[in-house]
Write a protein that binds this ligand. Structure first.
Ligand SMILES: [Zn+2]
Length: 291
């Protein structure tokens, strides 16, 4: 915990929200998450809807500051003008590239929320399952454990000592996160996947209250030391990235990496922040080509 005390003796708490889009209320298909498609306006609206609920909940629960990191695609989905007036208690990290990607800015925060997240590549009945890049990554294995964005990002939180207190998304996302972080993690399932691109969804009127209430509870759990801090051991990492095509592994096989097989590149090192930077960079390289 890095709760600190300001000059008036009041304990202050800073909540970090990494907000993706695929796990937002009602979002089921890729068109709703791509800015070049007409349906994007729905995905953006629902992402903002879920984020506003989480912000309200965080302040309800006693947060003093909220730092939002736009974590989807070009990372300019959240319009600052849509965010509530907050007397300077709210900031938004917008845009990309940024070294830690979906985790930029998390260091020094008191607790993290993963909002509108999705399950890892290869998960059945999971809305828009993928791991960072659907066109590049077949599988990511971190220290022997198959990991999606939740796992890779939670490792960064754990390395910095930041608890992960809440994750929202579909049922598969919540299951994956509880499997990683245990049952003390609060989850909010806004939909139940039927396939990769279909789900049974709760309406926004319902999910707003659910997310708000759980975000509030999450802040209380952080202040009580009850939210899980991901275990990253001594921070040493071994990350194996398996791409869809050998051509993608060819591009990602840069000095310092080990080519394990036709499709797989390994990188080893120290520090989960370094791991996350490698993951982002190697996946970008691999994703720069198709066949
Ligand atoms: Zn996304």
């Amino acid at each position: 915990m890095s709760l600190y005390t300001n000059y008036s003796g009041v304990t202050r708490m800073k909540i970090y929200i990494s907000v993706d889009m695929e796990g937002a209320t009602g979002v089921v298909r890729a068109e709703q998450t791509r800015s070049t498609d007409q349906e994007y306006s729905f995905g953006k609206a629902m992402q903002t809807h879920d984020l506003l609920a989480a912000i309200e909940g965080a302040f309800d629960g006693g947060a003093d500051e909220v730092l939002i990191n736009d974590s989807h695609a070009r990372m300019i989905n959240i319009s600052p003008e849509d965010m509530p007036g907050s007397e300077g208690r709210l900031r938004i990290i917008s845009g990309t590239p940024k070294q830690l990607g979906m985790m930029e800015g998390v260091k020094g925060c008191d607790g993290a929320f993963f909002l509108c997240y999705h399950a890892m590549a290869g998960t059945p009945a999971a809305v828009l399952d993928h791991t960072i890049s659907g066109k590049a990554v077949y599988r990511a294995v971190l220290n022997g454990r198959e990991s999606g964005e939740t796992g890779l990002n939670a490792a960064v939180c754990g390395y910095f000592g930041v608890p992960v207190a809440l994750i929202t998304g579909d049922e598969a996302t919540a299951r994956e996160a509880r499997g990683l972080l245990g049952d003390s993690l609060l989850t909010c399932e806004v939909k139940s996947g039927i396939s990769h691109a279909a789900a049974s969804c709760l309406p926004p009127e319902t999910t707003f209250g659910m997310i708000r209430e759980r975000a509030s509870e999450a802040v209380r759990r952080i202040s009580q030391g009850l939210a899980p801090v991901p275990d990253t051991g001594n921070g040493d990492f071994c990350l194996d990235l398996t791409f869809h095509y050998t051509s993608q592994a060819d591009c990602a096989e840069v000095p310092g990496t080990i080519r394990l097989d036709g499709r797989t590149v390994r990188i080893e090192g120290k520090g989960m922040d370094t791991m996350r930077r490698w993951a982002g960079s190697l996946i970008s390289l691999g994703g720069s080509v198709g066949f």
